[in-house]
Design a protein. Structure first.
Length: 238
């Protein structure tokens, strides 16, 4: 089934990013490993990723791994990505996330860019520079638009770029989507149009599109394009 293929590819990606010998257990549950070089979280943090009903956790030290493993024995896969539940059993100092993880196969894609004037710009084009500046440092950083490796797919209003999307190439042929819309232009389905063009480009290049989102508006765009929510990612500082 297509869902199983997406689930397996997503699990392969995050197991690769763990930078340690670990796999998602097919029967569910959690696997905890010591992985100081893990890309599931910032350095010195503990990374938690749930895909389906299985979880992998990477900890920066044996002590942190032991604490998490002990807690995981008493928690479900959903509780392991629930901040309130984690705080009740672990000495959590800070949290990043959680963010929902969405994936899309070609058969499930629902294009939304036909009939729009989406423009393709090369990486580093000066026309894009003003958009992150207008959106603010936090939102621009959250979008990841400045880190894309694909062309940027843009919409202009009055000559200015007001919406843009692209993707960054991740391991195992995964395309990590980035979307940013100017604050004054939100709510007009511009994100859907530019993201659709970026997704089409990624699929044509043989990539698996990945959409990571914390906020409901971003999640709604992903669902509108046919993405399936398969998991959750968060990072905790113990």
């Amino acid at each position: 089934m297509a869902d199983d293929l997406l689930l397996n590819r997503a699990r392969e990606l995050w197991a690769e990013l763990a930078d340690a010998p670990v796999e998602f257990c097919p029967s569910g549950g959690a696997k905890v490993v010591v992985a100081p070089g893990s890309r599931l979280s910032p350095s010195s943090w503990t990374g938690v990723v749930r895909i389906g009903d299985a979880v992998i956790v990477t900890a920066p030290s044996a002590r942190a791994a032991g604490m998490v493993a002990e807690a995981a024995r008493r928690m479900s896969h959903n509780e392991l990505v629930d901040i309130a539940r984690l705080r009740s059993v672990l000495p959590v100092r800070d949290v990043l996330g959680p963010a929902s993880l969405f994936y899309l196969g070609r058969d499930g894609f629902l294009p939304a860019h036909e009939g729009t004037e989406v423009e393709q710009l090369p990486i580093g084009d000066g026309g894009l520079a003003a958009l992150p500046a207008r959106s603010g440092k936090e939102e621009a950083g959250e979008s990841g638009l400045e880190d894309i490796s694909s062309p940027a797919f843009c919409l202009r209003r009055g000559g200015e770029v007001v919406a843009a999307a692209g993707y960054r190439s991740w391991p195992l042929s995964v395309a990590h989507l980035s979307v940013l819309v100017a604050p004054q232009c939100r709510g007009r389905r511009l994100a859907r149009a530019v993201a659709s063009a970026a997704v089409a480009h990624a699929l044509d290049a043989g990539f698996l599109p990945q959409w990571r989102a914390r906020l409901r508006p971003s999640q709604r765009v992903a669902v509108a394009l046919g993405f399936q929510e398969l998991g959750t990612q968060l990072s905790v500082l113990l």
